[in-house]
Design a protein around this ligand. Sequence first.
Ligand code: NAD
Length: 325
Amino acid sequence: MRTAVVCGAGGFIGGHLVERLKREGYWVRGVDIKRPEFRRSAADEFLKLDLRMPRNCARVVYLLDGRPVDEVYQLAADMGGMGFIHSAECEIMHNSMLINVHMTDAAARAGVPRYFFSSSVCVYRDMKPGEPEMREEEAIPAHPDNEYGWEKLYSERMAQAYGRRFGMKVRIARFQNCYGPYGTWRGGREKAPAALCRKVALAADGGEVEIWGDGSAVRSYTYVDDMVDGIFRLMHSDLEGAVNIGCPQYVTVLELLECIASVAGKKVVPKSVPGPVGVQSRNFSNERIYSIGWRSQFDLRRGIEQTYPWIAEQVRLALRRGETL
Ligand code: NAD
């Protein structure tokens, strides 16, 4: 039986990845500083550990018989949407960097054969609407919009350096925005799709929904099952270097809101308020991930149809408990 460690298994993508690995027949150890918030982990073993500590990283990469696990998926990060990225830059650089420094080192020294690192398209510079697709190598010369992107870029390079020195097969994905059920939907770390699903669920039919900025920022949103499929395929491929993974459908924030409102069966009126908007536009090449057979199966509408009902239900339950949202 193949064995895997998923770091960040208490989080959104990590939790879905554990489920996929179980379906593929793996023995899975989940590791996170916190337990999953919304459901039980599907992992065979779940260790609640702080991966900023080198001794914890060294511990999680070994099986009971002293052999290293076959695969490490590193998705643990101090992480959130634009609001968090712009207000917690020290925490992001300090905490995520320590996790990556120690996990990469521990996995390589233990002789783990395959190591996956979850990077982000935040490593790229800002783009203008209508610019041609950017390929992976165009991240250099680097000019990320935020410190989160710089941390990812450094950690990518560190993982690759360890891969070269120790013969560990390193696979790196640069995720576009990911959304789906069982992700953070309130509290300040949620990303735009979850935040807008919550706001639409709370809004009256015909009511106003606040959006940060004028709603013209262009993004693509990738449904979590597609993302996890990309991670799994990439890990078992021969693709070296960073690989973009993202749905090829690009929409403005206003179009995202329209899609959510339509799935909710409501009419809403966008109300622009000041807030951290991030980059203006995105458009990335998927040629590398396409070359190993990956295609996005969920367009935005289909993904929101899976996501909105779950968030609307969380909102309903929270209101019933008397919580303020
Ligand atoms: P998430 O916040 O839901 O999951 C990250 C997990 O890491 C959390 O459960 C958190 O508790 C854990 N963690 C944080 N500090 C830790 C520590 N010191 N020790 C152990 N665990 C710790 O985020 P996610 O959306 O599932 O993202 C997973 C990965 O994908 C991250 O590396 C993130 O940067 C990357 N990514 C995500 C997106 C997205 O849209 N969700 C986009 C680009 C990149």
